[in-house]
Write a protein that binds this ligand. Sequence first.
Ligand code: FHN
Length: 432
Amino acid sequence: MKQLVVVFFLCLSHAMAQQKMVDPAIKTPVRVMDDFMSKRFGMFIHWGPVTLRGTEIGWSRNNEVPEADYDSLYHEFNPVLFNAEAWVETAKDAGMKYLTITSKHHDGFCLWPTAYSSYNIMNTPFKRDVVGELAAACKKYDIRFCIYFTVLDWHDKDYAIHNPHKPVIDRAADMNKFVARMKNELKEIITKYHPYMLWFDGNWESPWTQDYAVDVYSYLKKLDPNVIINNRLSTSKLQDTLISVRAGDYNTPEQRIGELDMTQPWESCMTIANQWAWKPNDQMKSLKECIQTLAKSSGGNGNLLFNVGPMLDGRMEARQVARLKEMGTWLNKYGESIYNTKGGPYKPNAVYAATRRGNKIYLHVFEAKHTLELPAIPGRKIEKAYLLKGAAVTYKQDTNAVTIDLPDPLTDVNDTVIVLELNGSTIDIPVI
Ligand code: FHN
């Protein structure tokens, strides 16, 4: 069995090594990626005519919703209560620093007035540029505007698969024409809306190739050398494939918190409920799960892109807005332990996570009673320990361990932050 695993990974690495690479000289500058990773927390929004049915965007086409029905929903789509500034204010109040909207998901519907497809927002009763209005609102509220764009498009006649539930290759499709149209649409998006980041998706079906990925990445970099691009332009079955040999700037673990990684940037994308697009009475995550997901992502040196699905009338659900506001209230008080930090040096686990900046380690304590015992910090001594925004805590340290006396009960039931001030920088401490 062990030999089989070795053979698999040798084949995988050989296949990856054969894959066309992007010229390292055009990759997004480190200073831009550092800025992105310092923000730690963004809003993901999945929205479109499918909200009229409350089923999953893209995936419910040819599943719960027959294709012809799904593709005609845009004739009814009229979200008269859509208010871009209300959405952006919700992100701001949540402590989010960037916002990513599905400009085009796998169903092919475009939320901006593209000249390259009639299947767009201007041909609905609503007739407003949703992407443009969100871009303007983000600029007004100093939130970085980002755009999700699908690589696959089951609605487009030139994309070679039209139904993921019965995937057959359409020999009449012309993928080169499809990619040319995609590049025109991306040029519209970049030149009109100047996104901070492009969140590609749908890179797993056979019509899409790594050659297309490298071509599109290189094309985008000519349009904007600083636009950040995730790892899902590259072909891959693995969402957090190492990006060192691929056309992308960071990894994208989905519906799970990424592994601690001090070298490869990553961003977990997760839903506040279960479905990406709005679903009536969907089960929403508790405040504890929301805050601990953010803290564990930061503790892993990653970002969290947290998804809401607005309703068919253009409003976000009041309960989702309220949950995000609760996260913002926590971040208003303890945000210095999240923003502009690095993950570690302690690996996140169910009991705690750690972030760091300068000579401070921020311990995020989730579940612990009376005392917390941690491995000693190599080459460093703790000089002070205290609750963030609170009183000093007592501790003991020796060459093997650090033992911290915890308030009982913990001062914040979701995440109690304790600051350890050391006698030197924290950033070069190896992961413990
Ligand atoms: O198929 C999509 C899905 O609908 C959703 O957009 C997520 C968000 O990351 N991405 C794909 C599934 O991996």
